[in-house]
Design a protein around this ligand. Structure first.
Ligand SMILES: [Zn+2]
Length: 462
């Protein structure tokens, strides 16, 4: 047999190779072997007729959560169901992300950051360059590709934030930032500060939509200001998610939610920023507790939500419906004068947080007429692949990794998720296992020790 798998009659859309046509795709040894208008059916061991399905390079989610701290074990299944083939855990801790992937993985490619968190992973909110360097090296040796600044939730001083960005850049490691410092919150001012602190350094600025919720002006004006400012920083990779729901910590200590974002969300709807305020908000349905049911995470509120939050020792994750449609839309669609997107990619900020909506919401923008199908592929796969230096991903040219997302053209349901030529999800049934971990040379051993296979990547195309 010439092919392991043959996908017939695909409506193939490939941004990089400029293809939008009905094609057959032959897969061999985990790679795309041949793409032609007609490939003989008898040449394949396994054949799928995908007439009526959109076939795109596997969705790469640049921001999700799948650790014991955030997202949890259901993340892999939820991502596979959502058509994601490569997923970036933007908080870690990497050791628990790897352990969960080993046990509950769905056969996806994953990579991970560790988080800088005062009182937990660094001593306080003003860590020195040497403390940051130590934490960075520990993170890389543990399999992470760098670290994340959790500013909006758990801020550092502006100077320490700048040091953290510089330290990662000097080491060629990855740094992502949820904007916010001790001086500015998780909002437009915090975002502007984050860009200024990055300067000319490389940085991944998380979920741009979340800084435009209308704290200083109407959300539309904030979105336009964010888009304008971002264009001054081509060194910054930016993503935005498409769900109305956020996700934040439900953990309370001494009667107060630990996260500044959680407190702010409570105040937004006139609840006290306290444990009691959070209980009332869950009871009323303003806050939604993230709970695992039948192997996937769902949002629950009311008495059910309160009881489950209490049973989790007042910890876990809650989601608030705080992302206005107008700013989400502008940020998803905003373009530079040359037609390219200001915000490089769609993310979910989901994984185990139930909002893995890249495919349905992204295609809604296509239906709206805001994006072409090829641009959908750019924002869901190609741009992130390029940023992570994954030359075999983000497209389906011959020789590419056979990471493929198959979507029902009419209802936008994900029908199949294929990773390295293997079907990991078929019509709602997740059959993949484990994970391939994208890591640096330094992290390979830790990945192997965790019982997973490692694939070395060259960050930022270096
Ligand atoms: Zn996140």
């Amino acid at each position: 047999m010439k092919f392991d798998v043959l996908l017939k009659n695909c409506h193939l859309v490939d941004f990089k190779n400029d293809i939008e046509a009905v094609m057959d795709i032959g897969i061999l040894g985990g790679k795309v072997e041949e793409v032609k208008t007609e490939i003989r059916s008898d040449l394949a061991s396994e054949l799928f007729d995908l007439q009526g399905a959109l076939v795109v390079p596997g969705v790469i989610d640049p921001h999700m959560h799948a650790s014991a701290w955030l997202g949890g074990r259901a993340a892999h299944k939820m991502l596979a169901l959502a058509g994601v083939t490569t997923a970036f855990d933007l908080a870690g801790p990497v050791d628990t992300t790897l352990a969960l992937a080993r046990k509950y993985g769905a056969g996806l490619n994953i990579c991970c950051l560790n988080s800088i968190r005062p009182g937990y992973t660094v001593e306080d909110s003003d860590p020195s360059a040497s403390e940051l360097q130590r934490f960075l090296q520990d993170s890389l040796t543990s399999g992470a590709i760098g670290y994340k600044l959790l500013g909006g939730h758990y801020p550092l001083s502006p100077e320490a934030t700048r040091r953290a960005i510089e330290t990662a850049n000097d080491s060629g490691a990855y740094v992502a930032f949820h904007a916010g410092t001790l001086e500015n919150g998780s909002n437009l001012k915090g975002m502007e500060e984050a860009l200024a602190l990055a300067g000319k350094n490389r940085m991944h600025l998380a979920h741009i939509n979340s800084y435009c919720r209308g704290q200083f002006d109407i959300p539309e004006n904030e979105a336009v200001a964010a888009l304008r400012r971002l264009q001054e920083y081509p060194n910054v990779f930016a993503e935005s998610y498409l769900s109305p729901y956020n996700g934040t910590s439900a953990k309370c200590t001494d009667g107060v939610p630990e996260s500044l974002v959680t407190r702010r969300c409570l105040e937004l709807a006139s609840y006290a920023p306290t444990e009691d305020g959070l209980r009332k908000a869950i009871q009323d349905g303003w806050a939604n507790f993230v709970l695992e049911r039948s192997g996937i995470n769902v949002l629950v509120s009311g008495q059910d939500g309160v009881e489950n939050w209490l049973a989790a020792d007042k910890a876990g994750t809650v989601s608030f419906r705080v992302n206005p449609g107008s700013s989400r839309y502008l940020i998803a669609a905003g373009r530079k004068r040359d037609g390219s997107f200001v915000v490089n990619a769609f993310s979910s900020d989901g994984g185990g947080i139930p909002r893995n909506e890249i495919v349905p919401q992204g295609l809604a923008l296509v239906k709206w007429g805001e994006l072409s199908l090829k641009e959908f592929v750019a924002k869901t796969s190609f741009n992130t692949a390029k940023m992570l230096g994954l030359s075999g991903k983000g497209h389906l040219g011959e020789g590419a990794d056979a990471d493929i997302t198959v979507i029902d053209e009419l209802c936008h349901d994900v029908l199949m998720t294929i990773v390295a030529g293997k079907i990991v999800m078929y019509r709602g049934l997740v059959v993949g296992q484990g994970a391939t971990v994208l890591t640096t040379e330094q992290g390979c051993q830790a990945v192997k020790n965790a019982g997973l296979s490692a694939s070395v990547i060259s960050l930022f195309g270096r």
